[in-house]
Design a binder for this molecule. Structure first.
Ligand code: NAD
Length: 699
């Protein structure tokens, strides 16, 4: 039973009961239909109230049924809505906490609605590349007017009930409950007061128009097109609201249904739905049950107040967890604290943070030069220089001073977390927390699981990641973990293409047209070419057989480290970020090709994109097979949240699936025949070859 049926005197109350958010799954829909039948047949019942038990009225579709036949099985939501509209007795929706998606569409079909203050009202389907498909686009404009409804449907954002209730002329709520506690009593009173009203009011019969319809919708269309970034759903949502305002209900509803089905079939919606499920899956670790006990984290210590240390600290301050930062010298501390202040002050001046909140956060921050002052911290995160010798000293010291049970984390981006753990006598307490820069902004956190990392430590860090609003993905130990190990192949390909005749601008443009926020050369100019240079020097020793283009080293030999010195792959005006093609760099590349004896060729954009993306896919297949990542969707999450991979492509693995793994392998075979590329690398990873041969996909 996923809904309860109870009589309260002459009113039947149907309470949705499908925790956590009363998703409208099959069993719930059946129970609602049964309840409605029973109420209509019982002559003692004068009216019906539909509400939700627990923490929501209803969050909409039941996501556990997504994509399964159950999702559409009769009675589907459309049929329940028809039952309500055709009911011979008044049906009142009593909303509280959350009324979203299909839940709100159900309420809009009821004859009356009452809401508790603080109810989140939304039609969020656009966030999954969809639109409301059960009449929401036709009914919401009829109760809130086209403008408010359009804003809500196109953005998918939630609006508090009390705010909507204040809108002049709104018909969404017939009444507001005095408080969440009084909702049921108020709903019963409303139901009794309308028991004899006939004919029963229906939202579908309300008029809907806009006084300057053509001009308004044209204006809205321009705005939405600008925001939509190539995604089809926002404009379809807009179309639907325009149908509500210009066509009759039945015509609008029929068009809505057709548009919904078409959106469901778009690759963009598949990508967004993939992201939605991938984010949920990433928090689950196959051998760490969700009820694994977590260690309490009430205080955090940071070692190092540099670029990363300061940014990481802010995440905890923002959540109310005190942080103490340790450095070697006072001036490094002073610089670090000044940067944190500057970041917060920028938020205050943009009105994104209130002054008192800023002060509260700074009050949680303290500094020290003495390890004795941090010994009681529950978690310590090291973010010192990326040198094993320096990390060794820090971890030996932490092992000596930290209280038993403290979690010892390293923010290393490339070093071996198992080696770092071995510097201590408590490797079970050691873990990698690889934040991305700027650490106070970027969503991604790679949680690096050492060979001996305790399950409770892993569970604790995953839980904490959620608390500080990061998207955490678990990675095993390897050079570069998931993200940087793949980007290494991408960068190598970018280099080979320069040797063959492409310019940095051509490569960047091709990838940006594909949807990346920034091409590889603009990206590395921003991060600093010297960082890659140092990594290549290290790797030249560790992997002497690895092929690289020498062009990036030549660039660094010219001191062109990127934006910070106004010169990298591009020229920059001092203090500006606009990338200006550099004649000097292009000449350097021409000379370099001559030295190599390469006759430049024009590389088509399609080949540029495929070599960059498929090189990552091949590396990712190795990563999957080695168990460094537990699922393909985790790899997509890393790229969607940490590396600017276009959201509407769903990540490198989903993209490869969409292209077809057979085609991906064929392309790799072609690339392997290119004399200027790395033929050995392009041998398809065994997992990829197997899946392609079997006609399967990664996801
Ligand atoms: P940084 O040079 O900006 O800061 C390092 C800080 O550590 C400096 O303030 C330095 O004084 C301090 N420090 C050095 N040795 C110390 C010691 N023994 N005790 C206390 N403090 C010490 O470096 P960063 O960019 O913040 O990088 C820190 C770590 O984070 C590195 O392991 C790096 O690989 C990793 N990381 C960096 C980025 C990035 O984009 N910058 C991204 C992810 C991870």
């Amino acid at each position: 039973m996923s809904a309860q049926y109870k009589l309260q005197g002459d009113v039947a109350v149907i309470t949705l009961d499908n925790p956590p958010v009363n998703g409208l799954g099959y069993a719930t829909r059946v129970a609602v239909a049964d309840g409605l039948d029973k109420a209509m047949a019982d002559s003692a019942v004068k009216a019906v109230v539909i509400t939700g038990g627990g923490k929501a009225f209803s969050g909409g579709a039941d996501i556990t049924e997504f994509g399964s036949p159950k999702a559409m099985a009769e009675p589907n939501l459309g049929s329940i809505i028809l039952m309500i509209e055709n009911a011979t007795k008044p049906v009142v929706a009593a909303l509280h906490s959350v009324a979203m998606g299909g839940g709100l569409e159900l309420a809009l079909a009821c004859h009356y609605r009452i809401a508790a203050p603080g109810t989140s009202i939304a039609l969020p389907e656009v966030k999954l590349g969809l639109m409301p498909g059960a009449g929401g686009t036709q009914r919401l404009p009829r109760v809130l007017g086209p403008e408010t409804a359009l804003n809500m449907i196109v953005t998918g954002e939630a609006v508090p009930s009390e705010m909507l209730a204040q809108q002049p002329g709104q018909k969404l709520f017939d009444r507001m409950a005095a408080s969440p506690a009084s909702l049921m009593d108020d709903a019963l009173a409303l139901a009794r007061s309308v028991a004899d009203v006939r004919p029963l009011p229906l939202v579908r019969n309300l008029p809907c128009s806009h006084p300057r319809s053509d001009a308004y919708f044209q204006f809205a269309r321009n705005m939405v097109a600008g925001m939509a970034k190539g995604l089809p759903a926002p404009l379809k949502c807009l179309d639907a609201v325009q149908w509500a305002a210009t066509l009759g209900f039945d015509e609008g509803r029929a068009r809505e249904r057709e548009a919904f089905v078409n959106l469901m079939l778009t690759p963009e919606s598949r990508a967004l739905r993939h992201l939605f499920f991938a984010e949920r899956a990433a928090s689950k670790i196959p051998d760490v049950p969700s009820d694994t006990p977590q260690r309490p984290i009430k205080s955090v210590a940071m070692i190092g107040a540099g670029t990363m240390g300061g940014g990481i600290a802010m995440n905890f301050l923002n959540t109310g967890i005190p942080v103490k930062i340790l450095e070697m010298k006072q001036d490094a501390l002073d610089r670090g604290i000044a940067t944190i202040r500057k970041n917060y002050e920028a938020q205050v001046s943009k009105r994104k943070l209130k002054q008192d909140k800023y002060e509260q956060r700074m009050a949680l921050l303290s500094t020290t030069l003495d390890y004795q002052d941090i010994k009681d911290a529950d978690l310590v995160i090291e973010a010192v220089f990326e040198e094993m010798g320096v990390k060794q000293k820090v971890f030996e010291k932490l092992d000596e001073v930290m209280k038993p049970g403290a979690i010892l984390a390293s923010n290393t981006s490339t070093l071996d977390v198992n080696k770092i753990a071995a510097f201590t006598k408590r490797p079970q307490d050691v873990i990698g927390t690889h934040f991305f820069s700027p650490a106070n902004v970027m969503k991604l956190l790679e949680v690096v699981r050492g060979a001996k990392t305790g399950k409770d430590v892993l569970a604790t860090v995953m839980g904490l990641a959620k608390k500080i609003k990061k998207t955490a993905v678990v990675s095993g130990v390897c050079d570069g973990f998931i993200g940087n190990r793949m980007i290494e192949q991408y960068s190598r390909q970018a280099g080979f293409m320069l040797d063959e005749g492409a310019t940095p601008q051509q490569v960047d443009k091709a990838v940006e047209r594909f949807g990346f926020a920034m091409g590889p050369f603009r990206m590395i100019d921003m991060a600093g070419n010297d960082i890659g240079w140092a990594i290549r020097k290290r790797r030249a020793v560790e992997y002497p057989d690895m092929l690289y283009s020498r062009s990036a080293d030549k660039l660094c030999e010219l001191g062109r480290f990127g934006q910070k010195v106004s010169a990298g792959w591009y020229d920059y005006l001092p203090g500006k970020r606009d990338a200006i093609p550099s004649p000097l760099v292009n000449k350097m590349l021409e000379d370099h090709r001559k030295e190599l004896g390469i006759t430049p060729r024009n590389i088509p954009d399609e080949e540029i994109v495929q070599r960059l993306v498929f090189s990552m896919v091949n590396e990712a297949a190795h990563i999957l097979e080695e168990g460094i990542a537990s699922r393909a969707s985790d790899i997509d999450i890393v790229y969607l949240t940490g590396y600017g991979f276009p959201i509407h492509r769903g990540g490198p693995m989903l993209y490869a699936d969409e292209v077809g793994l057979f085609n991906v392998v064929q392309a790799m075979k072609r690339f392997a025949r290119n004399p200027h590329d790395d033929a050995k690398f392009w041998q398809p990873a065994p997992l990829l070859a197997r899946l392609a041969a079997q006609g399967k996909t990664f996801n």
